[in-house]
Structure formats: C-alpha cells, structure tokens
Design a protein around this ligand. Structure first.
Ligand SMILES: [Zn+2]
Length: 304
C-alpha cells in the first residue's frame, strides 16, 4: 500500500516538474487507479479513469469536468468527494459525447447535478452512434443521465466565487467539443480538441474536421497566457505557450495539406512527404492523426 502511494506521488511529481506550473500539495486518492494532484487551490486533476477529470470544491458539492469511463466511476467519484471535501456532484460538464467523458453522468444524475454539454453532444447521446474511435456502437445514453443544460455558442456560471466560462469548439475532435476556462485561476480545461503528448484524435465520421482543429487552437490561443495551465482530455498537463506553438503547427499543416491535395496527392503520397516529421519526437507517430484529418478533408471537399 505504501509502495503504491509512493508510486502515485512520484508520477504526480513528474507532472509537476515537467510543466513547472503546478506547485500545490499532492495527495493520494486511496483509490488504486486514480492519481490526484492539486492544480490550484480547491481545484484537482484526477488521472487514470479513462480521461483527465478536473474537479473544484464548492459549498453545495463539486463542479466536475468529464467523468472517465464507467468502470472507474466508483473509484473516481470517491476520489473526487475526498479531495474536494464535498458529498455530491453539483455541476458536471461533458466536454464531448465519447464514453471516456461520461462515466460520472449516472452519479451526477442521482446527485441532482446540472449536467452541461453542447447541444450537439446531447443530440448524439440521444442516438446510437458509431465511430472509428469507439468499439462497436455507443448509446443512446439513458434519458436521466443525459445533459440537463445545453448551449450553442458559449456561456458562464458563478461557482465558489469564480466565474466559470465555457464555449464551443466546432468540428474539432467531435462536433460538440467544449472548453471550460477559469480565467481568474489561469486554468483552461481544453477537452478533446488538443493533445499534450500525443496527436489529438479526429472523429471524422462524426463532424470532426482538420479546419476545426485549427480553429480550436486559434480560439484557445487568444484566451491563454504563456503560463496558463491547460488540461487536455488525455495526457499530461500543458501550458498556454504550447497551445500557441501548436496553433502555428496546425495552421501550417492545413495549408500544406490543401496544397498537396490540390496537386492531386492521395493519402499515401501525403504520408510519404511526412509533413509532421519535425514533431514526431514530441507527439509520436502522426499517421493515425494524418489519416483522420485527410479523411475529414475528403469528406468535406469530395461529396460521395
Ligand atoms: Zn474523445
């Protein structure tokens, strides 16, 4: 048990040292798989449940962003209540409709929480959906577990003395991605549209488009400062400076891909040119990402 706790703490310390932006105290969750680190006073990051999960302490329960996979929901829920010192979820955001985001919807519903998502996410959760990113099919989500509050462009709410801003990132990772921005805490929870140590996945069969990935980074780049703590849906925390660097990378990639397609190049030709070669050491093999964005361009430009 002690060894496990030490392992948990050491991995969180690596996160802390890796970014240099998280200086708060660290605690083990007591739940085997869930690692907990304090991002800001009263705001915690939970890792190991299938997606990154962020929770904020509030007087009437916790505000939570994403819920991991259902099989980790009990451990995650308990870890959240323990870390935040609360007894229930008050507000839950689903950054998009993928199963990795929805593991807490059932518990949030039982707690009487407000569940916030983009209206496209709710639309998807009402139906059976197939995706190259989901084994088999997914949904519909039981009616009582679905988002109770949706929006089309952006919105905000007051929670625990903080203004919590959220907004839509159209056609990026899915067609219903949202970010949550705690401006006064210099903290951005960016959802599935960005990747910190891997390429973001592009659900091209469900509305994702490379141009949306570019626009998402352009929008987020206008919001962040260099030292803003940025939490993607997957992977380690990153900073606002990296969002700006990635924005430049994706803008160039988009232009390059359009030029290559206009020359009549197919996917294999484009992969052979390896347009992301310079970024492989940071984000790994880009072939799955390139395949997704190439197909998204085909679907956008070549009607079938
Ligand atoms: Zn996703």
């Amino acid at each position: 048990m002690i060894r496990r706790k030490l392992l948990q703490v050491s991995s969180v310390l690596m996160i802390t040292l890796g970014t240099g932006i998280f200086a708060q105290s660290i605690q083990a969750a007591g739940a085997d798989e869930i690692k907990v680190s304090e991002l800001k006073p009263g705001v915690y990051l939970f890792q190991g449940a299938g997606s990154n999960v962020v929770a904020m302490t509030g007087m009437e329960g916790a505000l939570v962003i994403d819920g991991g996979l259902p099989e980790h929901s009990e451990a995650l829920y308990n870890a959240i209540l323990k870390a935040t010192g609360t007894t229930r979820i008050n507000t839950l955001f689903n950054t998009h409709w993928h199963p990795e985001q929805l593991g807490l919807n059932q518990r949030a519903s039982s707690d009487g929480a407000t569940i916030i998502a983009h209206e496209q996410t709710l639309l998807y959760l009402k139906h059976k959906v197939t995706s190259t990113l989901v084994k088999g099919s997914f949904g519909p989500l039981p009616e009582k577990e679905r988002p109770t509050k949706t929006f089309t462009k952006d919105g905000s709410l007051d929670f625990a003395g903080h203004k919590v801003e959220y907004g839509y990132l159209p056609a990026a990772h899915t067609n219903g991605d949202l970010y949550v921005y705690f401006r006064d805490l210099n903290l951005l929870v960016a959802g599935g549209a960005v990747g910190s140590d891997s390429w973001p996945l592009v659900d091209y069969r469900n509305g994702a488009f490379v141009g949306g990935v570019v626009r998402a980074h352009e929008k987020l780049a206008t919001m962040v400062k260099a030292d803003t703590a940025v939490i993607p849906a997957q992977g380690r925390p990153m900073t606002g400076a990296t969002i700006v660097t990635q924005k430049d990378m994706y803008e160039k990639l988009f232009l390059d891909l359009n030029a290559l397609m206009n020359k009549g190049m197919g996917f294999n030709d484009i992969v052979a040119t390896n347009p992301l070669k310079g970024f492989e050491s940071q984000y790994g093999d880009p072939s799955v990402f390139l395949d997704g964005i190439y197909r998204s361009m085909e679907m956008a430009y070549v009607p079938d």
